[in-house]
Write a protein that binds this ligand. Structure first.
Ligand SMILES: [Zn+2]
Length: 607
């Protein structure tokens, strides 16, 4: 990363500002000893565990583990690229800096053909926006929006626009700016006439809602009809190479930092809800674009938070959709709540009728837990006076409760059911016990099957003493400070890997960093690391207080510790290989392995 702008320039930029000043614009910091503390902007907390070390010019959160230098902070908090963060720092530090339009920032832009499409959208979006806000032609559309409760500020924020009732406004406007008709057609902006004589605009006389990608660039439109007779009511850009509904969350870019700050996202059914909610000061809302929630959406959300509040319409379709979306999120390990609107209402109806404050407090603030929602959901469309439907309901609820991990919560709901339907608590409890056992068995099987990296990793971590982690980190700290020491440590470790995969990954990058001729500099190295998790670990290491005087003995102790463990692991591996060889009657191989084990044991005892 750092190679794109010269290291020298990066260092100069970094030195032109104090990380404390920059972070103070986002977090209220209080000085305590050498460092500053405040509430973490990346996770929700009541006691400050977010710290900034002015001497080291790094930040680190002891709560969620996020950390890095000033560029990393801006990238994370604003959701921007390294180049954009660098340009903010340059601005604050009063250093001339231009983002170069060369291949240096390619990773941030689309391939050329894609980029042309985005450029066309951006240009057209600006024109639509201007037409809505500043022209006589747009005044009816603007009046309509205002009457629907859109503020001018909201219109600006979401870059809402208006397309003229002309057949070739976009065709002409963009052709003049060097776009070919073929390009514009594949971008979904214009349509080829059937009789093959030219093209016409897809969007005419409509209110234009731009759809943004993760970086906030316009990649499509959703256009609302103004005339009653215009059908459909909403006309969307078809899927193109830059617009893919199953991976687009409306307002992901705009809501990102607010989601992080508040610790949860609100998932709406449509983008209009997101805008209404934003006007009501719920700024962490996102929406899917006329499709069900997909795994791709879930992954995007998971990058920001592990808690989602679903706020869909309260009609049958909305409740079914809530159930589908919520189940997918729960399956992927997220915590889900569901806001319940009064029957038949959507968020916009509610806000207009009851106001923003009530929406925040009673709808978002009072969201049901997932279990409470399911109890409500199973009730939907059933006549509980009917014996058969009642039994079906109880069965569904009991199954749902067996999935709960919290026995107290489970007990609470069982009592509720027993009360409501005058059933024997004992019978219900017995039934529940069996269901829970079955569920546990199912989950055990499932756990075995899922080869989730983090799970494997966590299991691997268990049973490894903390001292081991510390030993590896102390070694890493030395390696970060001095290149020669880094190579020496690897030699002392006889090229055995570090036990923790992340540590090994950091070392791999570190040697790459040194090989490119970079000087030891933890701050610069942070820019070099592409992975957020690795950056967090390097920051944590930097935050550890290390005696400035290198103690050779400490270094040897740490190496011994890591080496011993690596050898012990190897013996274990060899032993199972040996058993395998014996089982398959491969005597020769078994003997060879036995010798290797003896050699390893000897080298261990001589340590
Ligand atoms: Zn945090």
């Amino acid at each position: 990363m750092a190679a794109r702008i010269s290291d020298e320039k990066i260092s100069k930029l970094r030195q032109s500002v104090d990380i404390v000043d920059i972070i103070s614009e986002y977090v209220q910091l209080k000085k305590q000893g050498r460092n500053y503390f405040g509430l973490c902007p990346f996770h929700s907390e009541n006691t400050p565990s977010f710290s900034v070390a002015p001497e080291k010019q790094i930040f680190h959160c002891f709560g969620c583990g996020t950390g890095g230098n000033v560029f990393n902070f801006l990238m994370d908090v604003e959701g921007i690229s390294f180049q954009e963060a660098a340009s903010i720092v340059a601005d604050k530090g009063g250093i001339p800096f231009e983002i170069e339009q060369s291949n240096e920032i390619k990773d941030d832009r689309y391939p050329a053909e894609h980029q042309r499409m985005v450029d066309a959208h951006e240009l057209l979006g600006k024109l639509y926006h201007h037409l809505l806000l500043n022209t006589k032609e747009g005044s009816d559309a603007l009046k309509y929006l205002h009457s629907r409760g859109f503020s001018t500020e909201g219109i600006r924020k979401f870059k809402i626009g208006y397309s003229l009732p002309e057949w070739d406004m976009a065709v002409k406007y963009l052709s003049k700016r060097g776009f070919t008709e073929e390009e514009l057609e594949s971008a979904g902006l214009i349509i080829k006439r059937e009789n093959d004589s030219g093209f016409f605009d897809r969007f005419r006389n409509r209110i234009m809602f731009p759809l943004f990608d993760e970086k906030g660039r316009i990649i499509a439109f959703s256009a609302r009809a103004i005339e009653q007779s215009d059908s459909p009511k909403y006309l969307n850009t078809p899927e193109t190479i830059i617009f893919n509904k199953s991976s687009l969350l409306y307002n992901y870019h705009g809501a990102r930092s607010e989601i992080r700050r508040q610790g949860y996202a609100v998932l709406f059914e449509g983008f209009a809800d997101v805008i209404s909610a934003d006007e009501a000061d719920v700024k962490n809302g996102v929406a899917v674009m006329g499709t069900s929630l997909t795994n791709q959406h879930v992954q995007q959300l998971r990058r920001l938070t592990d808690t989602i509040i679903i706020c869909f319409d309260s009609d049958q379709a909305g409740i079914e959709a809530s159930n589908r979306a919520g189940s997918l999120l729960v399956d992927q390990g997220l915590e889900v709540k569901a806001s319940m609107l009064p029957q038949g209402m959507d968020p916009d109806d509610y806000i207009r009728k009851h106001g923003a404050e009530k929406f925040r407090a009673d709808v978002i603030g009072n969201a049901l837990t997932w279990t409470a929602f399911k109890l409500h959901y199973y009730r939907f469309g059933k006549n509980l006076q009917n014996e058969g439907e009642k039994l079906k309901y109880i069965e569904e609820v009991m199954n749902e409760l067996s999935k709960l991990n919290n026995p107290i919560e489970r007990d609470l709901y069982i009592r509720q059911i027993a009360d409501e339907f005058s059933l024997s608590l004992e019978v219900l409890e017995n039934q529940q016990k069996q269901l829970v056992q079955a569920e546990e068995q199912k989950q055990r099987k499932h756990r075995k099957q899922t080869d989730d990296f983090y799970q494997v990793h966590r299991q691997k971590k268990q049973g490894v003493p903390m001292a081991h982690l510390t030993a590896e980190r102390l070694l890493l700290a030395r390696m970060l400070r001095d290149e020669e020491t880094a190579y020496r440590i690897m030699a002392m470790l006889e090229n055995h890997s570090f036990f923790f995969d992340e540590h090994q990954a950091i070392i791999t990058y570190l040697f790459g960093y040194y090989a490119e001729g970079n000087q030891p500099d933890p701050l610069l190295f942070l820019d070099y690391l592409p992975d957020k998790k690795l950056r967090a670990i390097v920051t944590e290491i930097e935050m550890m207080v290390i005696d400035s005087e290198e103690s050779e003995q400490e270094l040897k102790d740490c190496v011994n510790y890591v080496l011993k463990h690596a050898k012990m692991l190897m013996i274990k591996e060899k032993q199972s290989e040996q058993r395998e060889a014996e089982r398959s009657n491969n005597v020769e191989k078994a003997l060879k392995i036995a010798q290797e084990i003896i050699y390893l044991r000897n080298s261990l005892s001589s340590m």
